[in-house]
Design a protein around this ligand. Sequence first.
Ligand SMILES: Nc1nc2c(ncn2[C@@H]2O[C@H](COP(=O)(O)OP(=O)(O)OP(=O)(O)O)[C@@H](O)[C@H]2O)c(=O)[nH]1
Ligand SMILES: [Mg+2]
Length: 413
Amino acid sequence: MAKKQSSQIQKARGVKIKIVGLGGGGSSIVTEMSQRLPGVSFVAADTDLINLQRIKNNHLALFSFGSEVTCGLGTGMNPGLGQKVARSAWEEFRNLSHNVDLLILVACLGGGVGSGVLPIFAQAAQEEGVLSIGVFTLPFAFEGQQRQRLAQRALRDSSPYLDARMVLSNEKIFQVAGDQTSFSAALSLINQNLVENLNALLEIIRQPSLINIDFSDLRAILHGHDQLAFLNSAMAEGEQRLDEILNRIHCYDFYASEPLPPDKLLLHIAGGADLKMAEVNTISQEIKKPNPAAQIIFGVDRRNNFKNRIKVTLLSISGLKEKPTQTKSSPQDKDSENKKERSKKTKSKKVVKSDVQKKPPQKNKKTVASEKKAKKVKRLNALDVKELKQKSEFQKTSQEKIWEIPAFLRRKS
Ligand SMILES: Nc1nc2c(ncn2[C@@H]2O[C@H](COP(=O)(O)OP(=O)(O)OP(=O)(O)O)[C@@H](O)[C@H]2O)c(=O)[nH]1
Ligand SMILES: [Mg+2]
C-alpha cells in the first residue's frame, strides 16, 4: 500500500512538460530557457539546419523537418511553405505531443517557419489531447506591416487548437531597454522575463505548499479554448514590500496588450514566517478587483529562506469575445483553395454573428411561459391586450439596455 502510494506521489510530481520552439526566434528563446528551467523537456524545431547547429546544447533536442524541400534553409518568410512542410511532418508533431501533460509552443511570429508551422503543430497537439499553450512574440514595428499581418494570421489560425496563448511584442522592448543596450541583450530581456515567470509557475505546481496548488489546478485554469493568458511574478522585501508587490503584479512589461478582465485566476503567495494575514488579504482583494466574479485558485506557501520577503505569482486567463470559427478538417485536406473558401466563410459568419448580437435577445423562460398562459385565455378584452403589450415592451427595452453594457460589466452586476 505504502509502496503504491509513493509511486503515485512520484507520478503526480513528475508532470511532463515539454516546451517546443518553432523557427529561428522560437528556437533561440527555447535555447535560453533550456539552460535555466530544470525538469522540462525542450525541443527546437526548424527547417533551417544551420540554425539548429548553432543552438545545439545538451539540454535541448533538435527536430529538423522539411529540409529536403527547403534545402536545409529557412523558408524565406514564406508561411505557405512552412505549412506545406509542416503537414508532411504531422505524425512527428503528434509523436512530440504524445504522453505530454503540458505542451508549450514558443514562436516568434512574422517569419515563415514559426508562423506557418504553428497552426499545424497546434492542431496535431490537439488531436493528441494535450493541454497546450502558446507563447508568442509579435515583430518589431520597423520590420514592416507584412510581417505584422503574417503574425496576426498565425495567431488567428492557431487559436482554435490552443487552450490559451500569451502574446508578447518585440516592440515593447524599446520601453524597457535603454538606448545603449545591445540588440542581443535587448532581445534576451524578453526571454529572461519568460524564463522567470515560467519558472515561478512551474515551481508552485511542483513544490508542496501550505495551501497547495498542483497540476490539476493549473489545468483547470488553463483548459479552454481561444483564451488570452497573462503570467507575472513579483518579489519584494522590506517594509514597503506590500506596496511594491501591488505596484508590480499588474505590470506586464512585454505583453502586446493590456490584460482583459480575468475569467480565471491562479494566485500564489509565498512568504516567510512573518507573512501576515492582512498582507494575504490585501493582495487577494486587489487581484480580483477587475472581476470579482472570476474563478480563483489560491495557494500560499511558507518558505524558511523568505525572511521579510514576499513573492506573488499570478496567472490570469481571459476568454476572448470574438471566437474564430473552428475548423476540424485534417491538415492533409487543407489546400489553398479550401483556405480561401474558409476565410470567406469566416467573414460571412462574423457578419452573421454581429447581426445576431444586434438583434434583441431571446425572450426569457418567464416571458415565454406568461405569453403561453395568455394564449390559453381564449377571449382577451382590450385591457388584457394593453397590459400584455406593455409588459412585453418593458421586458424588451430593459433587455436591450442590458446588451448595451460591456460584457465584463454585465458579468459584475
Ligand atoms: N524576441 C525575439 N524575437 C525574434 C528572435 N529572432 C527573431 N525574432 C522575431 O521573429 C520574427 C520571425 O523571425 P524568425 O523566427 O527568424 O523566422 P522563422 O520562423 O525562422 O521563419 P523563416 O522566415 O523561414 O526564417 C522576426 O521578424 C523577429 O521579429 C529572438 O531571438 N527573440
Ligand atoms: Mg528561420
